[in-house]
Ligand binder design. Structure first.
Ligand code: PLP
Length: 418
């Protein structure tokens, strides 16, 4: 197989990341925590929660992706976290983008990214969004129904297609996507024929094994199934397919090594003898999750016997919507007021209490943590939540007047310990 060949040249430089403070840090001695202390110190009276995006983490992840999945060009899934600084830095690092709507395409184009570096990876698009994609030259999209073929034929006949298939094995992910998207094996010939009859070019196949803790062995079956579709297209006399889109489903950490190993093996055994295949992926969580740390202030407290209850300045209608929609669990570390300063509190050494942490809205569902052990905390202390970049602020609301979109992101650049 050849390395990817879609047009993928980054058009941004690091200066494309604008308008936010950038601080250079060493991650020795927990640099992010130290940086958060300094932001809180500078903000003094503020109660507003904030995010810290560590560009050093994003750069490391990109290096790792390029090393371990050399054949796979990343198209970052904007839906996971559309923070402009993250998008800008990924573009500067040579990433391309998976957009699912007009607004996501606009956000990526506004950074100066070429439309050739965007895949419109939503199998069911509204007509006005298809017309917009046509007008700005986003010319590759996915489909899994005959209705979609008809819409695309009508509004964007130059658009090239990837057939989204349902992978044969469910990766057991927290967010299974196969219930909603992906052609079944028996639907594939009809869909290929329909696209061909409509005069549309089907250039390849896409799939998604599911997002969040997916079992990466599922890439084997999915890539083999994609190969079957390539062969079927040839049997139907259609032009040779040349794009394989392996979707998302990656996480950073040790799971990534296993996933890369499974993908590489499956590519080798199914496409190893093929010339001119472009392989792309649509990682979201992989790049966003660990790069963001979230800080929220404790705004209230109640003591009920041995139980401690705290209210913080964001909840499940804001960044913590990941608890409901992404089935995520979150963890925190306290930063407490000590005289004039905020200091991290080590709760290994102090007495802890079973604690509940509520969000700020009036809904009792708005509960971030239950039965978690925390030391005695007080109003005006802060809780710091790591790994808060994936499917968090992206889906927050303005419920009760707490605006998830108003959350500031600060940028830092941490260097890994050698
Ligand atoms: N691509 C598509 C089409 C998706 O629907 C999603 C997530 O829902 C992604 C990519 C990103 O998935 P992940 O965050 O697991 O990498």
């Amino acid at each position: 197989a050849q390395p990817y060949s879609l047009s993928l040249n980054p058009v941004l430089t690091a200066s494309g990341v604008k308008g936010k403070p950038v601080t250079s840090l060493s991650s020795e001695g927990d640099g992010i925590f130290g940086y958060i202390q300094s932001v809180i110190h500078d903000k003094q009276e503020t109660e507003s929660p904030f995010m810290v995006l560590d560009l050093g983490v994003v750069m490391d992840l990109m290096d790792k992706w390029r090393t371990m999945l050399r054949m796979v060009q990343p198209f970052y899934a904007v839906k996971c976290n559309p923070d402009p600084s993250l998008l800008g830095s990924l573009a500067a690092m040579g990433s391309s983008f998976d957009c699912a709507s007009k607004s996501e395409i606009e956000a990526v184009l506004s950074l100066g990214v070429s439309p050739n570096c965007i895949i419109y990876a939503n199998p069911c698009k509204s007509e006005s969004h298809i017309k917009y994609a046509a007008s700005v030259g986003v010319n590759v999209t996915t489909f899994d129904s005959e209705y979609e073929v008809e819409k695309i034929r009508k509004w964007h006949p130059e658009c090239e297609l990837l057939l989204r298939i349902k992978p044969p094995e469910d990766g057991g992910a927290r967010c299974a996507l196969g219930r909603k998207y992906g052609a079944l094996p028996e639907e594939v010939p009809t869909l290929l024929q329909a696209a061909n009859d409509a005069g549309l070019k089907v250039i390849g196949v896409s799939f998604h094994i599911g997002s969040g803790d997916a079992d990466s062995r599922a890439y084997h079956g999915a890539i083999a199934a994609a190969k079957g579709v390539f062969e079927m297209a040839s049997q139907l006399g259609m032009a040779k397919m040349h794009v394989l889109d392996i979707g998302g489903g990656f996480t950073s950490g040790p799971g990534f090594d296993a996933a890369a190993m499974h993908v590489n093996k499956a590519l080798e055994s199914n496409f190893g003898n093929e010339e001119g295949i472009t392989v792309i992926g649509e990682p979201g969580r992989y790049f966003a999750e660990t790069a963001f740390t979230f800080a929220t202030k404790i705004i209230g407290k109640r003591v009920r016997g041995e139980l401690r209850e705290y209210w913080i300045s964001d909840g499940i209608y804001g960044s913590f919507n990941c608890i409901m929609f992404d089935f995520a669990t979150v963890t925190c570390r306290p930063l407490v007021m000590c005289g004039e300063n905020m200091v991290p509190m080590c709760f290994k050494d102090s007495k802890t209490f079973s604690s509940t942490v509520f969000g700020p809205t009036c809904d009792s569902l708005d509960t971030v943590l239950r039965n978690t052990q925390l030391p005695e905390l007080h109003a005006n202390d802060w809780l710091v939540f790591p790994n808060m970049g994936a499917y968090t602020t992206a889906a927050g609301s303005n419920f009760n007047g707490f605006s998830a979109s108003a959350i500031t992101t600060y940028l830092v650049y941490s260097t890994p310990i050698a």
